[in-house]
Design a protein around this ligand. Structure first.
Ligand SMILES: N[C@@H](CCC(=O)N[C@@H](CS)C(=O)NCC(=O)O)C(=O)O
Length: 201
C-alpha cells in the first residue's frame, strides 16, 4: 500500500490525499509535520532531504513535492482524464499546477502567517494588502471560470485540485474576501468529489 507522510491540514498533503481519492487509491498516512513534528528526524530527512511534507513511498519508490506526486500517481494509474497525454492539454494542466505552487500558494500563505499563525495581530494596512493580493489571484480564477467549467478546460483534471485546496484554506481564514461567484460555484461542485473529504483545517 502507498505510504504518505504528512497530515491532512497541510494543504500540500491535502492535494495528494484528494488525488488518491480521485484515483481510488488506498494509502497509509503516517502523521508527520505540523503538530506531529518529525521533519528533522534523520530517518525522515533520508526520505525527504527538503524536510517538508508530503512524502510518498510506493513500494520503495520515494517521491516528494506534492505536484510531482500527483502527476506520478495519475500517470501510474493511466488516468488520462485527470492528467492528459496530449501535449497542449497536459501543458494547460501543468500551467495551472505551476501557477498555484508559485503564485496562489504564496498569496494564501501570507494570509495564514498574518492571521491563524500570527503571534501578534497584523498591521491593518499589511493585512489589507495581503487580502487584496489574494483577491487578485482568486479573481483571476473567477474570470477563467466565467468562461469554462474547470481550471484546465471542460473537464475536471489535476489542475482543479490544488486550487480547490487553496479556496478551502482561504475561506476558512478570518480575512476579508472579494465576492467571486463563479469561483464559489465551481468550488461547491469540486468539494463534493471523491478525495475532497480529506480537506481539514
Ligand atoms: N513545494 C512543496 C512544499 C511543501 C511544504 O511546504 N509543505 C508544508 C505543509 S503544506 C510543510 O512541510 N510544512 C511544515 C509542517 O507542516 O510542519 C510541495 O508542494 O510539496
Amino acid at each position: 500500500m502507498l505510504k504518505i507522510w504528512g497530515h491532512p491540514a497541510a494543504p500540500n498533503v491535502a492535494k495528494v490525499l484528494w488525488t488518491c481519492g480521485e484515483l481510488g487509491l488506498e494509502f497509509e498516512l503516517i502523521p508527520t509535520g505540523g503538530p506531529h513534528g518529525g521533519l528533522d528526524n534523520p530517518e525522515y530527512r533520508r526520505l525527504n532531504p527538503n524536510g517538508r511534507i508530503p512524502t510518498l513511498d510506493d513500494n520503495g519508490f520515494v517521491l516528494w513535492e506534492s505536484h510531482a506526486i500527483m502527476r506520478y500517481l495519475a500517470r501510474r494509474e493511466r488516468a488520462e482524464e485527470l492528467y492528459p497525454v496530449e501535449a497542449r492539454s497536459v501543458a494547460r494542466v501543468d500551467q495551472w499546477l505551476d501557477w498555484q505552487g508559485s503564485h496562489l500558494a504564496q498569496a494564501v500563505r501570507d494570509l495564514v502567517r498574518m492571521t491563524i499563525k500570527a503571534t501578534t495581530p497584523p498591521a491593518k494596512d499589511a493585512l489589507a494588502r495581503a487580502e487584496a493580493e489574494a483577491d487578485t489571484h482568486f479573481g483571476m480564477v473567477d474570470a477563467l471560470l466565467q468562461e469554462q467549467p474547470h481550471i484546465a478546460g471542460d473537464a475536471f483534471t489535476l489542475a482543479d485540485i490544488p486550487i480547490g485546496v487553496a479556496v478551502y484554506r482561504w475561506t476558512t481564514l478570518p480575512v476579508a474576501r472579494a465576492k467571486l461567484p463563479a469561483l464559489m460555484d465551481w468550488y461547491e461542485q469540486v468539494v463534493s468529489r471523491p478525495g475532497a473529504e480529506f480537506l481539514s483545517a
